[in-house]
Design a protein around this ligand. Structure first.
Ligand code: BG6
Ligand code: GLC
Length: 884
């Protein structure tokens, strides 16, 4: 058998010269001794088998498939965060079960200041045996271990039992906030170093470990975000296939005589409560077989529990151990010879080495689990350690470390001994729970105004509808309801080559659109509009546009051709005809001088004139909503509404001409550019506007304008999130209250981050990476909060947009006096297309608010330039018809 002998056993310290395989002692009993000690040897393969099997058992339990006979339990502890280091307050801590039958009461003060510690005050009380085994008027206890067996407690809520007991006493006012497993306490007590300590190992009377697991992997939790601390409860692991080969006849005997036969088989090979007992059983066996003590066994040696963990530790001590062996054995009524003493030391070493190796295999399984759940190839991790075996048995500790290195070689593990046991950690759990609860409350208060009720959304719909009616009647209204002079959607008979411009979205594009029998072909090129041009002089802007057209014509070999041109100009224009549009005001970060109040087509023609070499025939100017509706309408004749949710937001739809004041004619339809971005500029959205909306508005280049757009569109959502994050930081909820320069920077938080962060396929780790790229240093809790903020802001945006669409489709339905309307909406815009949930939320809101309309959303694939070309094509067709 290729058994592994830890190097700490072989060299350095003085270790007893234990019999080795093949090295027979000159006594008849040497084979018996060897056979006996050999049973405690485990091979690397066996340890790996235990590691793999335990990992499997852990993962099964996480998925909710617990094997009642052999599995670990993986109990969620509802501890969701590790300490930040600034927790403070006074806490009473009760420790039951840590060191046998005793109860420790601690008064723990957390100062909230790193490095400044107040020693806890504590007092130990021995629990009389009749209480340990008596009735339990003492979280739901699943089963007693480690020698406890009070009746009426298993299956009960321990916190409630404790509250009841406090009440029975009557004299105290203590609130029981947390019930914490000792391993969790150990982890939480660990001083946060460079990174948090997210795993802890305890070897005391019993043994266990806990670690921070991704909540989404824990089937019993109804939670898919963040982490939760899982108490592995590995003591109950007893998979036959893995443990069977390493169980000795002594383990079977120990189990048989224990309070809980058949249970906690793994713990019974490692826990301090059992190590002394295993040694005792081996000594009895060797004595009874006349190998030890001249065949004599004393009554004390034959009594269960007469050799304790402390004895084993003392006897194994490399320098003073032999002397202790004599004293301890004599106290047991034995008279050991020198060779007896050495053999006893060998037995202790064999039992403890095996325990340390098994413990290492188990820890390696937890490390593998952590590595998988974090999806990390290399794991650098701190393990908090606690318990008397780890604290007082240096050899156990060194074997453990060495074995972990061997079994989990891809992990860089540092072991951090817990300073004052679980007490400080339990106080920490309580403080962390209080911090989380407080932060949650502040977060909820901050986000509450973003969570809109059905009534609020219905009110937006009603107000929008009223503003539409007023706007159409030319009464004062925040909705301008601009006639576009587009009266019909294409009928498919349009033909020819057209130029198109698309200005006002993320990109400025020049396009060649070929409308032929087989469909529409598009060649387009993107040009940039530098901010200095968008906000410079009007002449500069239009000269730049013409330069881009010339460049495009040259590249496409179109020089000298005067193609009809359609101009998508995505700003509010009062149109006097298809080819005449007075710019009412700039929006979305454009602010070129001397343009407002001017006919944009005239400005373009002037620029063409200045650039003498070109000839262009500008036929139509269209808003991007109109271009999008026309573009989608070419494929689906039911498309009678256009919607943009990109840099800005707006909508257009086909209105009955009779409802449009100021345009001649009573029959037929006309497309109306609503300019809904300005909805609420008369103050009517005041109730919904938060202080964050006001801050974004005030810092914009058009304060007080486009209030609806500023709550919905891509140019502003990132800024709203940034202002909320700044506020949460000042409340101490985020980034541990530390303001960062980076977050103070305007526009640093792009709206595309909302789309990325909210993507379902993204783990929180990736969310963190996105934010770290921005220069923010954040914890997992911070990442979760940022995610929640993004969700609240984008959800409100989508719902408001949905309320707008509902108002429009309901109006179309009523216009036509229909019980039910089936209509399609052509949509474009980066936010709508890229955000993972926006489209779904818009549709859901429309279904809720306009139940009598069946609305299909069509995403525009070709941009609105295609639609501008189609409007131009229709105009050309009509003009040609008029000439004939
Ligand atoms: C484009 C259209 O696809 O979407 C533009 O062609 C429109 O006309 C734009 O303005 C809107 O989206 P964004 O995100 O670019 O502002
Ligand atoms: C702004 C413009 C509007 C445009 C919308 C979407 O709201 O004023 O004309 O349609 O952005 O680009």
């Amino acid at each position: 058998m290729d058994s592994i002998e830890p190097s700490s056993l072989q060299s350095g310290e003085r270790t007893p010269s234990c019999p080795q395989k093949g090295l027979l002692q000159p006594s008849d009993s040497s084979e018996l001794v060897q056979e006996c000690l050999q049973q405690f040897k485990v091979t690397k393969a066996q340890l790996q088998q235990i590691q793999a099997s335990l990992l499997g058992s852990m993962e099964q339990a996480l998925m909710g498939e617990v094997s009642p006979t052999s599995g670990v339990q993986m109990l969620p502890t509802y501890v969701e965060s590790t300490p930040h280091g600034n927790e403070q307050g006074n806490f009473v801590v009760l420790e039951l079960g840590a060191s046998g039958a005793s109860l420790r009461v601690l008064w723990v003060t957390l100062t909230g200041i790193k490095g400044q510690k107040v020693e806890p005050k504590s007092q130990d009380f021995v629990i009389p045996q009749e209480v340990v085994l008596g009735t339990g008027q003492q979280s739901t206890l699943i089963s007693w271990t480690k020698g406890f067996r009070c009746s009426g407690v298993e299956g009960q809520d321990v916190v409630q039992l404790l509250r009841d007991a406090i009440q029975r006493q009557g004299a105290y006012n203590i609130d029981v906030v947390a019930v914490v497993n000792d391993t969790v306490g150990t982890m939480m007590a660990c001083e946060p170093g460079a990174g948090p300590c997210e795993i802890s190992l305890l070897v005391d009377t019993g043994t266990n470990a806990c670690y921070m697991e991704e909540a989404r992997h824990v089937a019993v939790l109804d939670e898919d975000r963040g982490r939760t601390c899982i108490s592995v409860e590995w003591g109950s692991f007893s998979h036959d296939g893995a443990l069977g080969p390493v169980l000795t006849s002594f383990d079977h005997a120990l189990d048989h005589a224990s309070l809980n036969p058949g249970a906690q088989r793994f713990e019974k090979m490692i826990g301090g409560l059992y190590l002394g007992e295993l040694v005792r059983l081996v000594l009895v066996y060797l004595a009874q077989n006349r190998v030890l003590f001249g065949g004599y066994t004393s009554p004390a040696l034959l009594s269960q529990g007469s050799i304790l963990l402390e004895h084993v530790i003392e006897m194994e001590d490399p320098s003073t151990g032999l002397a202790y062996v004599h004293t301890i054995l004599q106290d047991l009524g034995l008279s050991p010879k020198a060779s007896d003493a050495e053999l006893v030391q060998c037995v202790c070493a064999a039992v403890c080495s095996r325990a340390a190796q098994l413990c290492a295999a188990a820890l390696a399984a937890v490390l593998s689990r952590l590595q998988r759940s974090r999806e990390q190839q290399k794991l650098q991790i701190a393990v908090a350690t606690g318990g008397r075996v780890l604290e007082r048995h240096p050899r156990f500790h060194s074997i453990l470390q060495e074995m972990v290195k061997l079994l989990a070689s891809e992990c860089d593990v540092s072991f951090i001994p817990s300073v004052d046991g679980g007490g400080r950690g339990v106080a920490m759990v309580t403080a962390v729970a209080a911090r989380l609860a407080n932060h949650r409350r502040l977060l909820e208060e901050t986000l509450a105004p973003f969570r809109l009720s059905h009534e609020q959304l219905a009110a937006v719909q009603t107000q929008m509808r009223e503003a539409m009616d007023k706007g159409l009647r030319r009464e004062p209204s925040s909705l301008r309801m601009l006639p576009t002079y587009v009266r019909a959607t294409p009928d498919g008979s349009e033909r020819g080559d057209f130029l198109a411009l698309d200005l006002g979205g993320t990109n400025f594009r020049v396009l060649l659109v070929r409308v032929a029998e087989g469909g529409v072909q598009i060649i387009n090129q993107v040009y940039s509009i530098p901010e200095c041009v968008a906000q410079g002089s009007g002449q500069q802007l239009f000269d730049h546009i013409v330069d881009c057209i010339v460049d495009f014509q040259e590249k496409q070999g179109l020089r000298g051709q005067s193609l009809p041109l359609g101009f998508t100009f995505s700003f509010p224009c009062k149109q006097l005809g298809l080819d005449q549009g007075i710019l009412l005001n700039w929006t979305k970060g454009f602010n070129a001088s001397d343009c407002e109040g001017q006919d944009v087509v005239f400005l373009l023609r002037e620029a063409i004139r200045r650039r003498q070499a070109v000839e262009l025939n500008v036929v139509a100017i269209v808003n991007d909503t109109v271009g999008t509706m026309m573009s989608c309408g070419y494929e689906d004749p039911q498309c009678e509404m256009g919607l943009i949710v990109g840099t800005g937001t707006n909508a257009c739809y086909m209105e009955e001409l009779r409802n449009v004041a100021g345009v001649a004619g009573d029959s037929g339809h006309m497309c109306i550019n609503m300019e809904w971005g300005a909805f609420g500029d008369d103050g009517s959205l005041g109730m919904l506007s938060t202080c964050f909306d006001s801050r974004v508005d005030q810092a914009s280049i058009n304060p007080g304008k486009q209030r609806f757009e500023k709550m919905i569109s891509g140019m502003y959502l990132g800024e709203i999130v940034r202002h909320i994050l700044l506020n949460l930081t000042s409340l101490g909820v985020l980034f541990r209250g530390q303001q960062t320069q980076c977050l103070q920077t305007r526009d640093i938080f792009k709206t595309k981050f909302l789309s990325e962060i909210e993507s379902d396929s993204l783990a929180l780790r990736q969310v963190r990476a996105i934010l770290e790229d921005l220069g923010l240093t954040l914890t997992l809790d911070d990442a979760l909060i940022v995610l929640e903020v993004c969700q609240a802001v984008s959800r409100r945006a989508a719902q408001l947009c949905g309320a707008g669409v509902a108002a429009v489709v309901e109006k179309i339905r009523e216009n036509r006096d229909l019980d039910e309307l089936t209509v399609s909406v052509g949509v474009d815009g980066t936010l709508y297309k890229m955000h993972p949930h926006f489209a779904r939320l818009v549709a859901a809101t429309v279904r809720e608010l306009a139940p009598r309309c069946v609305v299909t959303f069509l995403q525009s694939e070709d941009g609105s330039g295609k639609g501008a070309a189609l409007v131009t094509a229709v105009a050309c067709r009509l003009a040609q018809m008029a000439r004939v």
